[in-house]
Design a protein around this ligand. Structure first.
Ligand SMILES: Cc1cc2nc3c(=O)[nH]c(=O)nc-3n(C[C@H](O)[C@H](O)[C@H](O)COP(=O)(O)O)c2cc1C
Length: 278
């Protein structure tokens, strides 16, 4: 039986994220086991930025619950990632796990292309900020195949189901997970389906999900984005993942080569400021 892993960014038991995840699961036509992983239940410490996980067989050097979470991720066939909007972005536990994702890339080939759907839950209509982009990025950087992505609204736990609207959204997300990717009718990046862009001046844009550059124009009074796979793309293929992983590993050699020059720069900043400690 397929395993669907729900990665939940809300600490609230039976909160809106959990309810929606369970409703999506009920609407998945394929038989599956739903596993609920509430990220706040786990001891996930901040990444130290040491890059050791790229070179160690045992993964990250920090002794916390990362390996438990990673084992669940590795054992899954598909993901539902759900996070509440906290101050215009996804709750920070999602990012805390994502910051540790360099440790996942040793398993890149195994993780690549698993189906996933993204869900952002915001309490106030139109006040989700970048929450949806945050959840989408989380899944994309987990090397998943993003089948659909939505933002829904509801503040009090359960409020999302006052009407039938969000049950219909759950049905679409449930159908998309192991089915065909849903193509939004709204303007979107043709490479990855992302809907958040940075405007770079003139008609130039960059998709904030796949990082590819492109342009925007008006067609029949609607914005139309033309984006092509480019030099700075973020994981549009497994080859791009391998290239990025090798590039990161190469940084160690570069660091060793340039260590003296870098030290001259950094030691110039030894003095200055009073360090605040706990
Ligand atoms: C600390 C905090 C910050 C929040 N910030 C936002 C926000 O910026 N925008 C918004 O629409 N809702 C915000 N909310 C409301 C939640 O997104 C909303 O209640 C949501 O349903 C919570 O999902 P949950 O029940 O799964 O925890 C915030 C809630 C909390 C606790």
């Amino acid at each position: 039986m397929k395993r669907v892993l729900a990665l939940i960014g809300s600490p609230r038991n039976l909160g809106n994220c959990e309810l929606m995840v369970k409703e999506i699961s009920r609407q998945i036509p394929e038989e599956h086991e739903l596993r609920l992983l509430r990220l706040s239940d786990f001891d996930l410490r901040p990444c130290r930025g040491c890059y050791a996980c790229l070179f160690r067989d045992q993964g990250c050097v920090i002794d916390d619950d990362l390996s438990l979470v990673l084992d669940e991720i590795l054992a899954a066939d598909a993901y539902i990632a759900a996070a509440p909007a906290y101050f215009l972005g996804p709750s920070s536990v999602l990012k805390r796990l994502l910051d540790r994702a360099l440790a996942f890339y040793a398993h890149g080939e195994q993780l690549w292309g698993r189906p996933a759907v993204a869900l952002a839950v915001a309490g106030i209509r139109d006040r989700e900020g970048y929450t949806q982009l945050g959840v989408e990025s989380f899944l994309k950087l987990l090397l998943a195949d993003l089948k659909d992505s939505r933002v829904i609204y509801g503040a009090l736990p359960g409020e999302i189901f006052y009407g039938e609207e969000n049950k219909a959204v759950a049905a679409e997300l449930g159908a998309a997970l192991f089915g065909a990717r849903r193509h939004s009718t709204a303007p979107a990046c043709p490479v990855c389906g992302g809907s958040t862009f940075r405007f770079l001046g003139g008609d130039r844009v960059r998709c904030m999900l796949c990082s590819n550059p492109g342009s925007v124009s008006l067609r029949d009074a609607e914005p139309h984005f033309e984006v092509g796979e480019g030099a700075h793309e973020m994981f549009t293929s497994m080859e791009a993942v391998v290239t990025h992983r090798e590039w990161l590993k190469g940084m160690k050699e570069r660091f060793l080569r340039e260590r003296k020059q870098l030290k001259e720069i950094t030691t110039g900043y030894l003095e200055g400021g009073t360090r605040v400690t706990p």
